[in-house]
Design a protein around this ligand. Structure first.
Ligand SMILES: O=C(O)COP(=O)(O)O
Ligand SMILES: [Mg+2]
Length: 225
């Protein structure tokens, strides 16, 4: 899953790719509120916050299927649940979410370097763009890509390689900044250096168990070469 050793990254970065959920914005409250409405609307029990926290990060399809299974819902309800999820998320997006301390300041610091920056999330692109603009974070990014923009999502390297292409940067000099093993796995496979934050959603696993070039408690603490 992960390489045995992590190459060092002495060359200065050419670009930055930043994850959204769990890295820039604490969106757990949005997911919990949307899923509660979807599941109870289908006559099912709601899922607990802890389960949602362990499950987010692999895109909405994975989240919906996992939650249906968790509450014993018929997998045939998936299509209906997906439709409802889209509808509810559009309405509730950002209402139960907060920008992490240091995230705005961190983006500002990176932006001052004058390098291209992209936000790359597994969240559907329309919801990602809306959330970034609601929270006043959209101005930091040259590109925003979501889980529905490419054929495959993180942890597959494809979205990172495509994002590097769009930014015009070499993967080996494009830093991926994220909160989970999905970001790290995708980055390692794409050949990008990885910075991981300690506060996000890593499926209940300690972030230190995920290989990375750097770990930070706040985005404004990223060390630059
Ligand atoms: O699964 C999600 O929707 C969240 O994804 P992200 O951590 O890539 O932003
Ligand atoms: Mg994340």
């Amino acid at each position: 899953m992960f390489p045995n050793s992590i190459p060092s990254y002495h060359e200065p970065p050419q670009a930055f790719i930043v994850d959204l959920d769990g890295t820039l914005v604490d969106t757990l409250g949005d997911f919990v509120a949307v899923l509660e409405r979807v599941l109870t609307g289908l006559g099912l029990a709601a899922v607990d916050r802890g389960f949602v926290e362990l499950t987010v990060g692999r895109g909405s399809e994975h989240l919906i299927r996992s939650c249906l299974a968790r509450v014993g819902g018929d997998p045939a309800l998936y299509e209906q649940a997906w439709q409802q999820y889209q509808m509810q998320y559009r309405v509730l997006n950002g209402q139960f979410s907060e920008v992490y301390p240091g995230a705005r300041e961190g983006l500002q610091r990176l932006r001052c370097l004058g390098l291209p920056m992209a936000c790359l999330t597994n969240k559907p692109a329309a919801f990602a763009r809306e959330l970034l603009s609601q929270k006043g974070l959209d101005g930091y990014f040259d590109k925003v890509f979501g889980g529905d923009d490419f054929e495959r999502k993180k942890p597959d390297p494809l979205p990172l390689l495509k994002t590097c292409e769009a930014l015009g940067s070499a993967p080996a000099r494009t830093w991926m900044i994220g909160d989970s093993s999905n970001d790290a796995q995708a980055a390692h496979a794409a050949g990008c250096p990885v910075v991981l934050v300690s506060y996000g959603y890593n499926h209940g696993e300690p972030i230190g168990s995920v290989p990375a070039q750097q770990y930070v408690d706040r985005l404004d603490e990223i060390k630059l070469p």
